[in-house]
Design a binder for this molecule. Structure first.
Ligand SMILES: Nc1nc2c(c(=O)[nH]1)N[C@H]1C(S)=C(S)[C@@H](COP(=O)(O)OP(=O)(O)OC[C@H]3O[C@@H](n4cnc5c(=O)[nH]c(N)nc54)[C@H](O)[C@@H]3O)O[C@H]1N2
Ligand SMILES: Nc1nc2c(c(=O)[nH]1)N[C@H]1C(S)=C(S)[C@@H](COP(=O)(O)OP(=O)(O)OC[C@H]3O[C@@H](n4cnc5c(=O)[nH]c(N)nc54)[C@H](O)[C@@H]3O)O[C@H]1N2
Ligand code: SF4
Ligand SMILES: [Mo]
Length: 764
């Protein structure tokens, strides 16, 4: 890279901030916010500097590694690919295709090359035993989108820049910078909301950094959001406040929802939620009476015992009060590369519960089983038992519940391979590690988070540094493995056509595919006269074809679709290269009914599976509220899941892996601030320092996830020196939201006691 300033998207979290990276003599001299980025306008968070730390980290692996009796050994790529393909194929041949397990971690969705290569890779593996971070995260949102709108990644995004009331439940965007809402500089945007007279309401078991900006804040007892939201639905019907507005003619099963809400009066849920009945009514009234309002829920409401119901009800509330498809409410985006429409075109709207996992009979979602059952599938003997495992950009030992059990499971495998550039808590169990290039050595286009942004926006970044000659991108690794696995399956040789196909794919890579998708997308290069000619035909097609016809999908997608006539045109890869700060494609726009993908073209307010799960919620409603201490998670702006603790600049300062306790609980337990507490779930106990604060609800303890770097045999010296403890060593993997299969990461009961230093502490 020549000296000068390079503009780029920060890929670390969902906010997609534009960064300006200054390079001098082949090194990064500074990383600043890009003032000319139309979405982030110069905003960055403290993590942006970690782009440099990650790039320069001497402990980042740069060559394939093989575990031997005498330790890790560097090997060449060809040898590594051969070994991995051979071992995986052997397992498959001996025990069947489902004997290979695959786990895909979060950074995959920040990497367009991986996204393009994942599908052929998974096909080549051919196993149904797939897992990902989704079931520890946003699965309930995907399920609600699938059930209600007909497509698993069609999310209603809060129009935060235009709203007058933002109700934020179970999310802390001030720390996380937003999720399923790409919102760089959320502080600035919330400040602007207040300046125009708007209001921020936060509902959380902890008075979070976001809550501290709120005009109104309510503690909620963890795991009870479905009750709160049901009582808000109940109030809307009781007080005749239901008015779906733009969605009026499109909603189906309104009466079923009304009926379902009957038992959940504000009085009935008040004990469990810890929120007064009148406050609940007032929340419902405010939402109904503010024309531009958005109710937003995230991690805290999705990864809990009633995550499926809570997320569904959050969507329902926006619809019942006319916020869906309203400027200032929640809207569907229109991204330049429209994976929603592309998916629908090929019949890939998503699916749920098409098959069930072998050991615990849990439903698949989008072809994946819940991460909480990974260890069961490895440890339980029988037909279909997982014997070899692949992780790609994931650290499930720290990120999935009961990480200790998962570690035991990984040790039982015949073979394990990790595509990852760190020797960490997960990859230390692998036999082979295949490290990809670092992010600054590859180009970047945010295929996923462009779809969730609070403004339509497109940006492409060139690689900043030339990769080393022997380095491989994630997509190259995945395609090479896929190719070799296919060859093995066919006895060593592929038919000429498919051999050529694989070679071509490996030659081309993801960027020409981006170009094709950009050009043929809604903002694609203007087809000029051809468009005039084609337009009548396309209009006809749209009018006469049945909703689900593939041709209709094609027409919907093409830049000549009349629905998109008003959109700016001309996007292509070269157009994006000419605009290195990114291209603003305008504010979110109403898009109903065109953007619905349900078979009947309607919004399903009361899908059966939610109604069926209400039995469980009702049982909870009529149970006695318990007073056990329960554990929840939190995020900090200087940390990102489990894998950025090797950056000295990010981990410096005071210990952030602390157990927050309310003063009343601390007193009851005899714990003073700074003292070590032992936290015990059903399995392991962990030890961490206590932080006493009135900002946490009595009866609730909070600690961050992604720590616990004291395991032996990793190659992360900075992280190990700031080890912390892993919340997922305490959380059980048998607690899931029974509707969706999502892990319960918030609200599990724990016992906390003073830790006496004489006692044996778990050693890795
Ligand atoms: N208790 C609790 N558990 C949680 C959560 C919680 O809130 N509470 N949050 C959950 C959520 S939302 C998520 S998304 C998951 C995340 O869970 P995971 O995705 O399993 O874990 P990460 O910590 O993101 O680890 C990412 C891994 O990818 C590697 N990596 C980073 N960049 C690249 C790359 O470009 N290519 C490759 N090949 N590898 C790369 C890193 O070295 C690291 O090993 O954790 C979940 N777990
Ligand atoms: N700095 C930083 N940014 C990140 C990440 C990170 O690790 N660090 N991770 C990224 C990822 S992968 C994701 S998915 C997003 C997540 O982004 P967010 O969804 O904003 O995640 P959190 O900050 O964990 O906020 C969850 C909130 O839910 C609250 N909560 C816990 N239990 C309950 C409950 O039962 N009810 C209610 N109402 N609230 C509850 C917690 O106290 C917490 O404030 O963040 C992304 N951004
Ligand atoms: S908020 Fe921070 S980590 Fe997230 S994209 Fe922006 S600079 Fe990167
Ligand atoms: Mo996540």
């Amino acid at each position: 890279m020549d000296n000068g300033t390079h503009y780029r998207t920060c890929h670390l979290c969902e906010a997609m901030c534009g960064v300006a990276i200054e390079v001098k003599d082949g090194h990064i001299a500074s990383i600043k916010g890009d003032d000319n980025d139309p979405l982030s306008k110069g905003h960055i968070c403290p993590k942006a500097v970690a782009l440099q730390d990650l790039h320069e980290d001497p402990e980042r692996l740069r060559q394939p590694m093989r575990k031997t009796a005498s330790g890790w050994q560097k090997i060449g790529w060809d040898e590594a690919f051969d070994l991995v393909a051979r071992r995986l194929h052997q397992t498959r041949k001996e025990y069947g295709r489902n004997s290979i397990g695959v786990y895909l971690g979060n950074p995959n969705v920040h990497n367009h090359g991986s996204l393009v290569a994942t599908m052929p890779f998974l096909r080549a593996i051919g196993s149904q035993n797939r897992f990902s971070a989704t079931s520890n995260d946003q699965l309930p949102h995907m399920l609600a989108s699938l059930e209600m709108f007909g497509h698993q990644i069609l999310f209603p995004i809060p129009d935060i820049d235009n709203t007058d009331l933002f109700i934020c439940i179970g999310a802390n965007p001030m720390a996380s910078n937003g999720s399923l809402m790409t919102v760089p500089d959320v502080r600035g945007r919330l400040k602007a909301l207040k300046q125009r007279g708007g209001k921020l309401v936060v509902i959380d078991p902890r008075r979070t950094e976001t809550a501290k900006l709120a005009d109104e804040f309510h503690f909620i007892r963890p795991g009870n959001d479905a009750l709160l939201l049901m009582a808000m639905v109940n109030t809307l019907f009781e007080e005749n406040l239901v008015d779906p507005g733009p969605a009026e003619r499109l909603v189906k099963d309104l009466e079923l929802l009304q009926l379902a809400a009957v038992p959940y009066t504000p009085e009935a849920v008040s004990g469990h939620t810890g929120i007064e009945a009148e406050t609940i009514r007032d929340l419902a009234r405010q939402l109904a009476s503010t024309r531009k309002a958005a109710l937003y829920s995230r991690m805290g409401t999705s990864t809990q015992a009633f995550g499926g119901l809570a997320t569904w009800l959050a969507y329902c509330l926006n619809i019942l009060t006319g916020k869906l498809d309203t400027v200032g409410g929640v809207l569907f985006t229109q991204p330049a590369i429209d994976l929603v429409a592309l998916g629908a075109m090929s019949g890939q709207n998503g699916h749920f519960d098409k098959r069930r996992s072998r050991v615990r009979d849990l439903p698949e979602f989008a072809g994946e089983y819940p991460a909480s059952t990974m260890a069961d599938e490895i440890l339980t003997p029988g037909d279909g038992q997982i014997r070899a495992f692949v992780t790609v950009a994931g650290n499930p030992v720290l990120s999935s519940p009961n990480g200790r059990r998962l570690e035991q499971a990984f040790e039982k495998l015949d073979f394990m391979v990790s595509v990852d550039y760190y020797l960490n808590e997960t990859t230390r169990h692998a036999d082979v590690i295949l490290p990809p290039t670092a992010a600054l050595e590859r180009s970047h286009y945010d295929l996923i988070f462009s779809m969730f942004a609070v403004r339509n926006y497109a940006k492409y970044s060139e690689a900043l540094f030339e990769p080393r000659e022997d380095a491989k991108h994630d997509w190259q690794i995945l395609l090479e493995l896929a190719h070799r696995l296919e060859q093995q399956r066919k006895g060593g040789r592929l038919p000429l056509r498919s051999e050529l196909g694989w070679r071509a794919f490996k030659q081309i890579g993801p960027d020409p595919i981006l170009d094709l998708l950009l050009r043929s997308g809604p903002y694609g290069a203007d087809t000029g006269p051809a468009r005039k000619l084609l337009q009548p035909a396309v209009d006809l097609v749209m009018d006469i074809l049945p909703e689900r016809h593939p041709l209709r999908g094609l027409a919907r997608l093409s830049p000549v679709n009349r629905q998109w006539n008003a959109l700016p045109k001309g996007l292509s890869l070269s157009a994006l290269r000419d605009n290195p700060h990114g291209v603003d494609l305008g504010p979110l726009q109403p898009s109903l009914p065109d953007r619905l993908f349900t078979r009947d073209g309607l919004i399903h307010l009361a899908p059966r599976r939610y109604l069926r799960d209400l039995g469980r919620l009702h049982k909870h409603l009529v149970s006695e509220p318990d007073d056990q201490l329960c554990l929840i998670g939190r995020r900090h702006v200087r940390s990102n899941n489990s894998w950025m603790h090797n950056s000295r600049r990010l981990v410096k300062g005071k210990d952030r892996c602390t157990l927050m306790l309310h003063p009343d609980d601390a007193e009851r337990l005899g714990l003073a601030g700074g003292e070590s507490a032992e936290v015990q779930g059903a399995g392991e106990a962990i030890v961490l320092p206590v932080e006493i604060t009135p900002d946490i609800m009595p009866g609730v303890a909070s600690m961050p996830h992604g720590w616990g770097h004291d395991r032996q045999g990793t190659g992360l010296s900075v992280a190990s020196a700031h080890a912390g403890a892993s919340i997922n060593d305490v959380l059980e993997d048998n607690q899931i939201d029974q509707l969706s299969g999502t892990s319960v990461l918030n609200g599990q009961s724990v016992t906390v006691r003073v830790w006496r230093s004489g006692k044996q502490r778990h050693s890795a």
